[in-house]
Design a protein around this ligand. Structure first.
Ligand code: FES
Ligand SMILES: [Fe+2]
Length: 439
């Protein structure tokens, strides 16, 4: 296969592309339930390169459909959301959440053919405060994914959305790229700034760690290892990629670190990041020796106001047009290695700075990029296998595989094999009470 072909097959998400078809096998978290109100304005939704509208009908049900009216393609975004349906304002045809045409008032009754017309509607549902959409075969809909944090009740989870102006692959690779943490985020700190028994000490002491990588039932997993400062003890940091776009990062105490991050492709050059974590987990973050968080850790996301544009939701104030607010003076004098405030914004800046869609032929991957290389191969193989043989990718029909994925840091006996160490931690991990009750 040529490099150009590999790039296209892994990065492009439109209908008919290998990755686009793989994505369409999964339920996609697309919006907050609170973004659409009963009989309220339709929401423009860009998903996998398709322009959709979402709306909530008078009975509270959510509909998601192609924004083009099936009559003559006027946008249903302009529609009137009334009496359990969305009415196109051009000629008054009206559609219910399933896409059925329920009224055709511009056609004489004896010529009415509403039973033969359907809007292009996708299956939509709600769970956990999110609207989920399934864009694959509408006659053969799989179960929702078993990603642990998405199974918790809405009140137990903190969720936020942030749009990123780049391809989903380069965006999510920031989460499985462990060696950048010691530079981009804490490059200005020394071991004097952090407690010797704290989670950051080892990251700062050794900024070039080694690690193991493996394929796992849900995607890929890595374990970074360093000496734990005590004889016979190893400091581990585990993280996961889960099909098709979920990640779990290592920045938390393993036993109770219930979180996941989705990188949902809006199109080839825009991604919606959805960050979800269990409120019951240890939220102390990564404190310095004096108890304060590392620089930028607690700054809230500075959002630009949402607009109704296709790309108008959940953007940040800082972006390429203002150099993500880079402060050269802080780089020179302070503890801020990269000069950009806020950890999320730091990641946003470096991945957006690569360009809307970065192909892989200009890169020089190093030993620290093993997880990225393996994840790309796993995605590519799965997308091609599905196209060529119809083999379904992980988690589509077996959503419980995601429940085996956990991440975070811990210290354990160096004699234990890394896979065994991981399994032992997962077996002993804390499960939220609401999840245990459902089992
Ligand atoms: S274009 Fe929608 S009713 Fe005519
Ligand atoms: Fe990062």
């Amino acid at each position: 296969m040529s490099a150009t072909r590999d790039n296209d097959d892994i990065l492009r998400v439109g209908a008919g592309t290998p990755m686009g078809e793989l994505m369409r096998q999964y339920w996609l978290p697309a919006a907050l339930s609170s973004e659409v109100a009963a009989d309220g304005a339709p929401l423009r939704l860009m998903l996998l390169g398709e322009k959709l509208v979402a709306f909530r009908d008078s009975s509270g049900r959510v509909g998601v459909m192609d924004h083009r009216c099936p009559h003559r393609c006027a946008s249903l975004f302009l529609g009137r959301n009334e009496e359990n349906g969305l009415r196109c304002v051009y000629h008054g045809w009206k559609f219910d959440v399933d896409g059925n045409c329920v009224d055709m008032p511009s056609v004489p009754p004896h010529q009415d053919f509403k039973d033969k017309v359907r809007a292009k509607a996708y299956k939509a549902t709600e769970r956990n405060g999110l609207i989920w959409v399934y864009m694959g075969d509408q006659a053969n809909v799989p179960p929702l994914p078993g990603v642990e944090v998405t199974l918790l009740p809405e009140q137990d989870v903190l969720t936020n959305f942030v749009q990123r102006e780049c391809n989903f692959v380069q965006a999510l690779e920031g989460d499985i790229d462990t060696s950048h943490f010691g530079f981009l985020h804490v490059g200005g700190l020394t071991t004097d700034d952090v407690a010797e028994d704290g989670p950051l000490y080892h990251t700062i002491l050794d900024r070039a760690p080694e690690y193991h990588v493996m394929d796992s039932p849900w995607g890929t997993t890595y374990g970074v290892y360093r000496g734990a400062g005590k004889p016979g003890q190893t400091y581990w940091r585990f993280a996961n990629f889960m099909f098709p776009f979920w990640t779990q990062t290592p920045q938390g105490n393993f036993p109770g670190f219930v979180h996941s991050r989705a990188w949902v492709p809006m199109d080839d050059t825009h991604t919606m990041f959805i960050n979800m974590f269990w409120k019951g987990m240890d939220q102390r973050g990564l404190p310095l020796k004096d108890g304060t968080p590392i620089p930028g850790a607690r700054t809230p996301f500075p959002y630009a106001p949402n607009t109704t544009d296709w790309y108008g939701r959940w953007r940040l104030e800082k972006n390429e047009s203002n150099d993500w607010g880079i402060d050269r003076e802080a780089m020179r004098t302070g503890k801020n290695f990269c000069g950009i405030e806020n950890i999320h914004l730091q990641d946003q800046a470096v991945t957006e700075s690569m360009g809307g869609i970065t192909t892989h032929d200009f890169e020089h991957l190093g030993p620290g990029d093993q997880m990225i290389a393996r994840t790309r191969r796993r995605l590519l193989r799965a997308a091609r296998a599905f196209r060529e043989t119809g083999e379904l990718p992980p988690g589509v029909r077996d959503p419980e595989v995601f429940l085996g994925a956990r991440s975070g840091f811990f210290i354990c006996d160096s004699a234990i094999d890394w896979r065994d160490a991981y399994e032992m931690q997962v077996a002993a991990a804390q499960r939220p009470a609401t999840l245990r009750a459902a089992e």
